[in-house]
Ligand binder design. Structure first.
Ligand code: G6P
Length: 443
């Protein structure tokens, strides 16, 4: 018999944790988790305690022998882990607010994982992930790192390129959400739908869609042309697509493609909503406050439905299905971020891509795609270049490399604006970017 599984979740105080706990409870028969270690930092201690107590109540209610440990000692937790999941946010939601608000001052999209915000989230996050990787090498060298921390594509790229951890999978709920959205639009059970996903994280396309094995791509495109079915996420304004553009594109874009194909309207929407209701981080802060009030209730022992207001719906299904398939060598198809290895011809072999993979106990094996359609190939390649330069900037703390990343991002309109935004954001996030400031101090 296989031994019980030890899971370590870094950023365990996140409001998403009940999702994960529910996922493990539902799958216990196949995936016998014996220990769940929720790790956080002192700034997240209070949240960790609240959500950790709820996790304990959920497990107790389910009557399962899963030990839930709460700790701020990451190294203690990592010892002999089987799976390490990450869901932390360096600088908490305040940093996200800055990522969203500062670019807007320059009439540039302010978003958590796209444009300047995505760059800065990467600059703050990558050094921390690489530190976790070092600890893993020492304390649990056989464990899998399942990264949900954004920007997940850039983070996976950095781990593949700059750490000795090879067992890494970057995870996102977008492909899962798209599949569910398509099933909803066609009014069929999701199990009957298969989508050929390929691209990068938050830059993924559905190249074809099958219902019971028969392509229904054109039907789905027609459904999406209706603003009611435009397949967005809770965190992205669901502005309708131009129907003729969708028909011409001929593949299914993800919600985030709105920032690239509808930049002007999305910017206008962001400028307006940031004044009226606040940016997404500000809205999420309020949602979180309410969620944690609910979590405090000692009678609550389930994941509250209010959690669905967050963009990360289906996160636990994505994460737990992945862990389940690795553990049980299921060889089913899931869409994850992994080393390309030739699956997408237009992207370097050693880069991270988001693509359908067969999930085995040796990890994901990407399904060969060939070339991306010429209409989207360039954008995907440009974002990959951006991610690689951004990851290099995060590791080296080199100002010029960061400026290069900012300027080549397609959402930034000019080198001058890039420099202005970069300088303001470096200053605003100084506390979380020691790699950029240590050097300056030494000169
Ligand atoms: C989507 C993305 C996630 C992101 C989330 C944000 O689901 O796939 O990568 O973290 O939205 O949601 P939030 O509720 O924090 O805005």
């Amino acid at each position: 018999m296989k031994k019980g599984i030890k899971i370590v979740t870094i950023g365990g105080g996140s409001s998403y944790t009940p999702e994960l706990v529910e996922g493990f409870i539902k799958r216990y028969d196949e995936l016998p988790v014996s220990e769940l270690w929720l790790v956080d930092i002192p700034a997240g201690e209070e949240k960790l305690k609240i959500v950790g107590s709820l996790a304990k109540r959920m497990v107790k209610k389910a009557g399962l022998p899963i030990e839930v440990h709460l700790t701020m000692d990451r190294r203690e937790a990592l010892k002999d882990a089987d799976f390490v999941t990450t869901q932390f946010r360096v600088g908490l939601l305040d940093a996200r607010t800055k990522d969203e608000r500062i670019p807007l001052k320059y009439n540039v999209i302010g978003q958590e994982t796209n444009g300047p915000g995505g760059l800065f989230k990467g600059l703050r996050t990558i050094p921390v992930i690489l530190d976790i990787c070092k600890d893993m090498e020492e304390l649990c060298p056989d464990a899998w790192l399942v990264d949900f921390t954004n920007p997940a594509g850039m983070v996976t790229e950095a781990v593949l390129r700059y750490s000795n951890i090879h067992k890494v999978v970057g995870l996102c709920n977008v492909p899962y959400g798209m599949k569910m959205g398509i099933a909803g639009a066609l009014d069929v059970e999701p199990e009957r739908i298969h989508v050929d996903f390929a691209g990068l994280n938050h830059m993924v396309f559905g190249l074809n869609v099958y219902l019971d094995g028969v392509s229904v791509l054109n039907e789905v495109i027609e459904k999406m042309a209706d603003p009611e079915n435009s397949l967005s996420m809770k965190n992205i304004a669901a502005l309708g697509w131009e129907p003729d553009f969708l028909r011409a594109l001929g593949v299914i874009p993800c919600g985030y493609h709105r920032y690239y194909f509808k930049t002007a309207e999305m910017l206008e929407e962001e400028l307006e909503s940031s004044n009226k209701v606040g940016t997404r981080a500000e809205v999420v802060k309020q949602v979180e406050k309410e969620l944690f009030e609910l979590y405090k209730d000692p009678e609550l022992a389930i994941k509250p439905p209010q959690l669905e207001q967050r963009g990360g719906a289906y996160y636990s299904d994505a994460a737990c299905n992945l862990i389940n398939s690795i553990y049980n060598d299921k060889r089913d198809i899931q869409t994850v971020n992994t080393r390309n290895n030739g699956a997408i011809a237009s992207i370097p072999n050693d880069s991270a891509v988001e693509v359908n993979c067969i999930i085995t106990k040796e990890g994901p094996i990407p399904v060969t795609v060939g070339d991306l359609p010429v209409s989207v190939r360039g954008l995907v390649q440009q974002i990959k270049s951006f991610e690689r330069v951004a990851a290099e900037a995060a590791v080296t703390g080199d100002y010029h490399t960061a400026l290069l990343a900012m300027t080549i991002n397609p959402l930034v309109p000019s080198d001058k604006t890039a420099k202005q935004i970069l300088d303001e954001m470096l200053e605003a996030h100084k506390e979380y970017l020691p790699q950029f400031f240590k050097k300056a101090a030494m000169v």
